[in-house]
Design a protein around this ligand. Structure first.
Ligand SMILES: [Zn+2]
Length: 578
């Protein structure tokens, strides 16, 4: 088990340990501490065992309840729905990546999708100072009033583009004695590949790195809450999400990858991540004070991942997707410079300069299947964003399904999805959703046409190619935990009913409810509801009737291709992209 206290010393963080009032003697009006992937299924037993004292105090003194996540319950759409109060059909974030309509391509989503509609922008516009630390989907960082924003994933893990204003990066460097690193580079921890033997040594390095980076973020939080106090503070702790992805099997005897040796080595890692989250909560409250309204939220819950479902194999078996059979000859592209390099003539490459970029085509045997093998002229449906898209005429570049046949194609796929059986013979799909049933608004067109979930989300679709079996058992693949629908919500502030548990709260209700809780006007355009039942006698809400801000701003990302590639490689290691 790793000692949280010990790791602070090990990395030599420089910050004053004596609490002192901030120079501005500032009163925070609301702090939100997000605990990515936190679930009561782990929190409650730990509290009963006398752990997590700071989280326990908030639940005991405040109002709490399960928070139903977005569909799909993924980090980017879930946090974006949380801080905009909108459904993905309006904020446009359905996944880490978005469909580039009019093509079969995808690109990384960023904050350009929603800026202006989020509570950070909203409160800034009303003159409140805003501090935002490591909230997912806030890259590129955007200007907030009299405060700062340090981006959360997806983002380049280092560099000066990750914070606003830029001097925040220097400040973080000063606090840590080194550059701030936002997250682990996951591409070296290939989370999705099943190997013949689980290499247990790999996990200790990953665990140490996860805790080291989160402890650094705690040092930044402590410093910023003291030195850069703001009216509104929002942070998200990610160590809980990552540990539950990579370490679930070590504490779940029902998981095929569970071993006693693994349990002995890593059985406490997930609990340690919650202990660290509790420390975040405690240290924040020690600075902002117990009377300051504080909310605890998570974007989704967590549970085991027992199976993969090979969606492309299924689409091929059902005749919806047709693929050219590999091996076949294709034209490979090389650059002149690359050829010279391979021939040991790198010096010539330097002399010819830009001419080295001239492409040279040569036939090459293609052996490994991938998406480029799809024969679009015969493909009616394909996998995208954890769902299924129809290859529609006038929408997809090589669409073959007419508008008239769209609805019947979807209905036919749904009937076939309902027939799929898990390896134990049980019905696999326990939720199938057409996009118009779960989203509303102009950006619904960017969603996959159909989504489905299997075996209570313990079976996840995988978009790999050339698998003969529909299902694979997860055993040695490093990622063994996956998201669930129930996250957490809690708010503690004077006036709420202590210890009350509310039911049926949706993640889109978070922003309107928190604005209401601090007597801020709630925008009428938000989709979520105000949960007045946090009070015994709910006061009347104040409404903001101004129209929904337009975020048709260009996605002002300065992410270059190399940066995007490295972000995507890291997300692939986390199992989010294939
Ligand atoms: Zn998450």
């Amino acid at each position: 088990m790793m000692s949280v206290e010990g790791s602070v010393k090990r990395i030599g963080i420089v910050y004053s340990s004596s609490p002192r009032l901030s120079s501005h003697n500032h009163m925070t009006k609301l702090a939100i501490i997000g605990i990515d992937g936190a679930t009561y299924e782990i929190i409650h037993p730990m509290i009963e065992a006398g752990e997590l004292p700071n989280i326990a105090k908030i639940l005991a003194e405040g109002v709490s309840g399960a928070l139903e996540s977005e569909k799909p319950p993924m980090t980017p759409p879930a946090w974006t729905s949380m801080f905009t109060g909108l459904n993905p059909g309006k904020h446009g974030v359905f996944h880490f990546i978005g469909r580039d309509l009019g093509s079969y391509q995808h690109s990384l989503k960023n904050s350009g999708s929603y800026i202006g509609k989020d509570i950070m922008s909203l409160l800034s516009k009303r003159g409140l100072s805003v501090g935002s630390l490591s909230v997912p989907m806030t890259y590129p960082p955007f200007e907030v009033h009299d405060g700062y924003m340090v981006s959360g994933i997806p983002m380049p893990l280092t560099g000066d583009s990750i914070a606003w204003p830029p001097d925040v990066c220097d400040d973080m460097h000063r606090i840590l004695g080194a550059g701030y690193i936002a997250d682990v580079e996951y591409s070296k921890y290939d989370g999705d590949t099943e190997t013949s033997k689980d290499d247990l040594s790999l996990y200790s390095e990953l665990r140490d790195e996860l805790f080291r980076l989160e402890e650094q973020r705690l040092a930044i939080q402590t410093n910023f809450l003291r030195e850069r106090p703001t009216d509104f503070y929002f942070t998200v702790i990610s160590v809980t999400d990552r540990c539950q992805h990579y370490f679930w099997k070590f504490q779940d005897p029902n998981h095929a990858g569970y071993t006693e040796e693994g349990a002995k080595l890593y059985g406490e890692v997930i609990k340690d991540s919650y202990r660290l989250a509790d420390k975040f909560v405690g240290e924040a409250r020690a600075i902002i004070g117990d009377e300051t309204p504080i909310a605890l939220v998570s974007d989704h819950g967590f549970g085991p991942q027992y199976h993969d479902f090979h969606i492309n194999t299924w689409l091929e078996q059902q005749g919806y997707l047709v693929r050219k059979q590999v091996p076949y000859l294709k034209w490979g592209k090389l650059h002149l410079g690359g050829v010279l390099h391979r021939l040991g003539l790198g010096f010539v490459e330097k002399i010819i300069g830009p001419l080295g970029k001239i492409p040279i085509y040569r036939p090459r045997m293609k052996k490994k299947a991938d998406a480029s093998d799809i024969d679009w002229s015969q493909t009616k449906a394909f996998a995208a964003l954890h769902g299924i898209c129809v290859n529609l005429q006038n929408r997809e570049p090589e669409g073959i399904v007419s508008d008239d046949d769209y609805a019947s194609t979807i209905d036919e796929i749904i009937i076939k999805l309902r027939d799929i059986k898990m390896p134990d013979g049980s019905v696999a799909c326990d939720g199938i959703f057409k996009k118009e049933e779960i989203y509303s608004g102009p950006r619904t067109t960017e969603a996959p046409d159909l989504q489905f979930q299997m075996a209570g989300l313990s079976c996840i679709t995988k978009e790999c190619w050339g698998e003969s079996e529909l299902f694979a058992l997860r055993k040695n693949a490093p990622i063994s935990g996956q998201h669930r629908f129930n996250g957490i919500f809690a708010i503690s502030k004077p006036g709420v009913e202590a210890g009350k548990v509310i039911e049926g709260m949706h993640i889109q209700d978070t922003a309107p409810t928190l604005l209401y809780a601090i007597e801020q006007a709630v925008p009428a355009w938000m989709d979520g509801n105000i949960r007045g039942d946090i009070y015994a006698e709910p006061p009347e809400p104040k409404w903001d009737r101004s129209p929904e801000p337009q975020s048709d701003l260009p996605a002002s990302s300065d992410t270059d291709d190399a940066q995007s590639q490295s972000i995507e490689d890291s997300l692939r290691g986390l199992g989010y992209l294939q």
